[in-house]
Design a protein around this ligand. Structure first.
Ligand code: ZN
Length: 201
């Protein structure tokens, strides 16, 4: 398996859960651009101010904000990384390829839309470490005991917008990696353990 990985998949496909686990096991640095943006929004940083209007509408944050932010991060990693939520567009994938000696491999999680809607309606996230949990399953974050809350961007209209943006922008990005023989599509339905075994397989 490559030491440079990107996870692609629709919202609520389990990218965060699977990506975090894989990165931890393989000793790769992990970046969730979604979690980073949500923290920036909450702390109202420069980045948060720029990203807010897009995130509130369920739109993707534009390439000219995302690309420099991620490339700065990857440049600071010396021993492999895994990206969750980036690249989301073909220009982002091209920028990542142009900047690298090692071409990243893509892992794509596929989950049917109805299953995604079911998942998102019961999804909670730790406000501190961004670990995902299901409503009713646990009281506090299993990792850091932080407070669990619904994600601000998980409202139904917002979710449908993100799903639409995924089809419009990320599917061509998936094709970009497929065309270059650097993609593996993984069935993302079933328990996290089942999916993880497929990711490794
Ligand atoms: Zn936590």
């Amino acid at each position: 398996m490559s030491r440079h990985l990107v996870f692609l998949g629709p919202p609520a496909s389990g990218k965060g859960t699977q990506g975090r686990r894989l990165a931890e096991e393989k000793g790769l640095a992990y970046l969730s651009t979604g979690a980073l943006l949500r923290s920036a929004l909450r702390d109202d940083t420069e980045l948060g101010k720029k990203a807010r209007p897009f995130l509130e509408r369920g739109e993707f944050v534009p390439d000219e904000i995302m690309v420099p932010m991620v490339l700065e991060w990857t440049a600071a990693q010396s021993d492999g990384w895994l990206l969750d939520g980036f690249p989301r567009t073909v220009p982002q994938a091209e920028a990542l390829d142009a900047d690298l000696d090692h071409e990243p491999q893509a892992i794509i999680l596929h989950v049917p839309d109805d299953e995604l809607r079911r998942r998102v309606s019961s999804r909670l996230e730790c406000v501190d470490c961004h670990r995902v949990a299901r409503d009713g399953e646990v009281e506090t974050c299993p990792k850091c005991q932080g407070v669990l809350a619904p994600r601000a961007d998980d409202g139904s209209a917002n979710f449908e917008n993100r799903l639409e943006a995924y089809r419009r922008l990320v599917i061509p990005t998936v094709t970009y990696y497929c065309d270059r023989w650097r993609a593996r599509i993984v069935n993302g339905t079933g328990s996290p353990d089942t999916v993880y075994a497929r990711v490794l397989g």
